[in-house]
Design a protein around this ligand. Structure first.
Ligand SMILES: C[S@@+](CC[C@H](N)C(=O)[O-])C[C@H]1O[C@@H](n2cnc3c(N)ncnc32)[C@H](O)[C@@H]1O
Length: 235
């Protein structure tokens, strides 16, 4: 059983504990298919990757998109939760990817990874939970010279009409999971407020610049319900 050392990690265990088995279906449906679009956005920006680090790799949705698209890649996935990582490890075996993948069960904040190694560091849905001052410095340590960061998470829309629609969508999902899959109730009870109160799109770009990254860019998508931060470590 994973233990939480930060507030963000405790939140993760509270809202995602015990949800690994049907995570892929829920994320696809509850984002109206946009999760796949956001992951493709990341894939399309990867340039000749060789050593890829997927942080908060979960069940491996993004990880396997990368290994499928880039046959020469070695992918390292880091995740806090055993049940999520167990799904990724089983899929890796089924696909014959044992030689091309490494799975590390750890909080990102505590992960012990080699310095200057990864030409691409990617993530979906870590930034709002992460201890960002710590993680920004770790990213700078782990990234290879000239390497790229491609980071994604939910964002909170500034348009009140979009916000109201989003809130209704969360309420509908909460009603649905109460009927059909109660292990998702903590997630749909809390996620709207977690995203709304997160300051990750405001603070992470500056923290990455302070850690030595350049070309740091923040991009919003889908009426600011999602955001990406991209950056490059000087060569
Ligand atoms: C919503 S899932 C996303 C999984 C995957 N990135 C995807 O897009 O399908 C969030 C994942 O982040 C992991 N996670 C959150 N905070 C973490 C942290 N500080 N360290 C490691 N893993 C973390 C959780 O265990 C969970 O597997």
């Amino acid at each position: 059983m994973a233990e939480a050392r930060t507030e963000g990690q405790a939140t993760v265990l509270k809202i995602l504990g015990g949800t690994a088995d049907d995570y892929d279906a829920i994320v696809a449906e509850s984002t109206l298919g946009r999760d796949a679009h956001w992951k493709r956005w990341i894939l399309q920006r990867m340039v000749e990757p060789k050593q890829v680090l997927d942080l908060a790799s979960g069940t491996g949705i993004l990880s396997f998109l990368v290994t499928d698209r880039f046959p020469d890649v070695h992918l390292t996935g880091v995740d806090l939760q055993e049940d999520y990582q167990a799904v990724a490890v089983a899929r890796s075996k089924e696909r014959g990817l044992d030689d091309r993948t490494t799975w590390i069960r750890s909080a990102v904040e505590d992960a012990e990874l080699p310095s200057g190694t990864y030409d691409h560091i990617i993530t979906c849905y870590l930034p709002k939970y992460a201890d960002r001052p710590v993680v920004a410095k770790l990213l700078a340590t782990w990234c290879a010279p000239g390497g790229r960061l491609l980071l994604h998470d939910f964002a909170h829309p500034t348009d009140p009409k979009v916000d109201a629609l989003l809130r209704v969508q969360y309420e509908r999902w909460l009603a649905k999971v109460k009927r059909e899959c109660p292990h998702w109730i903590p997630c749909f009870e809390d996620l709207y407020d977690i995203v709304k109160s997160s300051t990750w799109t405001d603070d992470f770009p500056g923290l990455l610049e302070d850690a030595g990254f350049e070309d740091v860019e923040l991009t919003f998508m889908h009426q600011k319900t999602a955001a990406f931060v991209t950056a490059r470590k000087p060569a």
